[in-house]
Design a protein around this ligand. Structure first.
Ligand code: AGP
Length: 610
């Protein structure tokens, strides 16, 4: 959560900070602020609300300062007001601090600092850091920061400047991502890569418990007081990946990027002639599928839904039992991870606190962790024993779309590979599925052609003032119903519930009447007849049906108020395409309702706090 940036170098810092924050707004947009280091003092500007207000508020600022830090906030402690906006300063305005994460011991620290005479101006946990720095025995920034952070507990990343040392920024990573961008005579720090793209492609990812000292001439990394050698990486991110490229929202752009994202996930990983999958990434070969007795799949939100689909694929194709657990429950449960258990962690950002905590629990139990993850250099890519990169490219829209379909494809490749190695999947069956995978980009492209029809349907529902939606699915598309409901909830703010279609008659059918839109995922698969019956049950009670089915299924189309047909696919592949009409429906409904699609209220793209 929260987007943080820093700059030190030869240019005016303010424009660099504002440009970086603009590209990090998807991480939080409750309030925003900057601190510019002047000789002997710190100039601070802060606003409540999104970044536009800060741009207006700093229009006439003297832009000569060449060191500064900036923040766009997702509030954890304290309402999104100006007083709680970052940066926070100490009593004398010597130190300025930005923070993303949570300081769990902030209340006790605040009380102790108050007793020492410090005056607090905000309700944030962050402000205690500024007053701690004021009390540090050495006011040399790197030493003071090390002293202060040793007294903090929680998960956080910090950027700190001192008026006593205008040409230096000190950063600390402990749980929330930080990446340093390396320039010539200038350096950049950000909580995520998009902020660096206009300035540099050479980066160093900070690791947990590291402190980084940045000046115009370079950076110095330390962990526990010992210097760490830098590992410089080059970003392979397209110039326009962090741009809307003519789309009105990142979410729509990323929905339409799914054919290319899926093609990238498949690139070089399919051997049709030998009916095999080639997965050669970090550590994957060390997990022998013939010795795997059980998989525990963990994730959050959309990634949890991907885990539900992965369960069906792995059990169906590789015959390995899979349990799916929300990472937020797994981390505090008492999971039984017996011999032969592999934990499958799924995450787009690779920084979700609950998922990382689950990974650490698995590793403490000495069970291997296999990760399906998108962001290169993320904590999950470093902490998992084996990594399957999704290659979906930057996903900036808070509502995850292309990452979800790429996660499903990675899970299918895993299930296929394990099925072939375990002998539970014949070469001919595998070849048919591989051919289906190769057809996915085209099937996605064809389904995206429904966007106009879906937009018109969504606009009708926007006028209908429907307060609730029900999404139902079965089998491989059981999770599709839950993912469709989540998409609609998180960007339209209308309630939506995903449900197993077979479960409707055990209670939820009581909700059905002409006012309740029911979205049914009923593609041509082994449970189509069953869900057709469920659709009849809903229809008989006047339910307002939208159906995602297979093109040419006229029998179902006749029963639906609205029918979206997707191409015919092998059953295990249908969730990859069936979700697209639901993504588009949620998107167009949100636009029709005037929602801020890329910055939905109360949310942030990467939940790095628990
Ligand atoms: C999905 O649309 C949401 N933005 C959210 O549920 C997200 O999937 C979840 O926070 C997990 O994020 P991750 O994949 O980066 O771990």
């Amino acid at each position: 959560m929260c987007g943080i940036v820093a700059y030190v170098g030869y240019r005016p810092a303010l424009p660099v900070l504002l440009a970086g924050l603009r590209r990090l707004e998807y991480r939080g947009y409750d309030s925003a602020g900057v601190a510019l280091v002047r000789p002997g003092w710190i100039e601070r500007h802060r606003v409540a609300g999104p970044l536009d207000g800060l741009v207006r508020a700093t229009r006439r600022v003297d832009a000569s300062a060449t060191t500064g830090i900036g923040h766009t906030r997702w509030a954890t402690h304290g309402a999104p007001t100006v007083e709680n906006a970052h940066p926070h300063i100490d009593c004398h305005g010597t130190w300025a601090v930005l923070h993303t994460g949570i300081i769990e011991t902030h209340e006790a620290l605040r009380a102790r600092l108050r007793r020492r005479g410090h005056r607090f101006r905000s309700q944030t946990d962050t402000e205690v850091i500024a007053h701690l720095l004021e009390d540090a025995p050495s006011q040399d920034p790197p030493k003071a920061v090390a002293w202060a952070t040793a007294r903090l507990e929680g998960s956080f990343s910090l950027e700190i400047v001192s008026a006593r040392d205008p040409g230096r920024v000190v950063a600390v990573r402990l749980g929330s991502p930080l990446v340093v961008g390396l320039g010539v005579g200038e350096q950049f720090i950000a909580s995520d890569v998009p902020a660096l793209l206009p300035f540099t492609r050479r980066v160093v990812y900070l690791e947990d418990a590291e402190q980084c000292e940045v000046t115009a001439d370079g950076i110095r990394l330390e962990r526990a007081g010992r210097r760490r050698r830098m590992r410089i990486e080059t970003l392979r991110v397209g110039e326009t990946e962090a741009e809307r490229s003519g789309y009105p929202h990142f979410m729509l752009k990323e929905i339409h990027e799914q054919p290319e994202a899926v093609a990238a996930a498949l690139q070089g990983r399919i051997d049709l002639a030998r009916a095999q999958v080639r997965l050669t990434e970090k550590g994957y070969g060390r997990i022998d599928p013939r010795r795997v007795r059980r998989v525990v799949a963990i994730g959050c939100g959309t990634a949890l839904h991907a885990a539900l689909v992965a369960k069906r694929s792995i059990e169906g194709l590789a015959r390995v039992p899979v349990d799916v657990v929300a990472a937020s429950e797994f981390r505090y449960g008492e999971p039984v991870l017996g011999p032969g258990t592999v934990v499958l962690a799924i995450s787009q950002s690779g920084e979700t606190a609950d998922t990382l905590a689950g990974v650490r629990l698995a590793r403490a139990s000495r069970r291997p962790v296999l990760a399906i993850v998108n962001v290169p250099g993320s904590a999950l890519t470093r902490e998992a024993d084996a990594v399957l990169p999704m290659r979906a490219g930057l996903e900036i829209g808070v509502a995850s779309t292309k990452a979800y379909t790429s996660q499903l494809v990675m899970a299918l490749l895993l299930a296929l590979d394990w099925g072939r190695q375990r002998g539970t999947l014949s070469p001919s069956a595998a070849r048919a599925l591989l051919k289906g995978l190769v057809s996915l980009p085209g099937a996605l492209r064809r389904t995206l052609g429904l966007s106009g029809t879906i937009r018109r349907a969504a606009q009708r529902f926007a006028k209908g003032h429907h307060g609730n939606f029900m999404f139902v699915g079965r089998g491989y598309n059981f999770a599709t119903a839950f993912e469709g409901a989540l998409k609609l909830k998180e960007i339209t703010y209308r309630h939506a519930e995903g449900y197993g279609a077979g479960e409707m008659k055990h209670g939820p059918l009581a909700l059905v009447d002409a006012r309740l839109p029911v979205v049914a995922v009923a593609v041509r698969d082994t449970v189509r007849a069953k869900i057709a019956s469920n659709i009849e049950e809903i229809r008989a009670r006047g339910g307002n049906l939208l159906v995602v089915g297979t093109e040419g299924d006229h029998a179902l189309a006749r029963r639906a108020g609205v029918f979206f047909g997707i191409p015919d696919l092998p059953e295990p592949l249908t969730p990859v395409v069936a979700v697209v009409p639901l993504q588009l429906f949620a998107y167009h409904l949100a636009v029709a309702l005037g929602r801020d699609v890329d910055r939905p209220r109360n949310l942030a793209k990467s939940v790095t706090v628990e």
